[in-house]
Design a protein. Structure first.
Length: 182
């Protein structure tokens, strides 16, 4: 008996679910039908407006003559003009920049010029060279100064892991009376 009651309850639940679904379906269908009716009315309105415009056009042609409503069939000429003027003013001057080992940048360039590899050096290698001179410069000071020297053209950044730097080959470096070209 319990089994039959359970099946009856399941069927009742299923029937209720189907009734809900049917109600939702009918509601959606009513909305679609209303939307279709609105669209049909809008299309009819547009057709009526188009007919009114056509009647107005016919009246204007009759009143003003057909010449007013003819289109221009003459070919259109397109003329493209382009003018560029390039002016290049190039000046080159050599300037001398004096640095001292009293500044961080001076210390960096001194070590790069005298002790580090011409092929490039890392920040860690530079830090060790600076320490040998008793210049203990931390990463938070050293890194921005290296970046600034690279930005200003006194060092060249070599991308890779780790980042390497080298002296530029076309810059002349003088050290205590000696000229060094890289």
């Amino acid at each position: 008996m319990n089994e039959i009651e359970a099946r009856v309850d399941a069927l009742a639940s299923r029937v209720a679910s189907l009734k809900d679904w049917k109600q939702k379906y009918e509601e959606e269908k009513r909305k679609w039908d209303e939307e279709d009716d609105r669209k049909s009315k809008k299309i009819k309105e547009l057709i009526e407006k188009a007919k009114a415009v056509e009647k107005l056009r016919a009246i204007l042609i009759e009143f003003l003559g057909p010449a007013v409503f003819t289109t221009n069939t003459q070919p259109v000429e397109i003329l493209n003009l382009e003018h560029k003027k390039l002016v290049v003013n190039l000046t080159h001057e050599e300037r001398e920049l004096n640095m001292t080992t009293e500044t961080v940048n001076g210390k960096i360039l001194f070590c790069a010029l005298t002790e580090l590899s011409k092929g490039g050096f890392t920040e860690a290698e530079l830090s060790e060279a600076l320490k040998e001179h008793g210049w203990n410069i931390g990463h938070t000071t050293l890194a921005p100064n290296l970046g600034g020297l690279a930005r200003d053209g006194y060092l060249i950044r070599i991308e890779g892991k780790p980042t390497r730097y080298r002296l530029p080959q076309k810059v002349k470096f003088k050290r205590e009376g000696k000229v060094s070209e890289q």
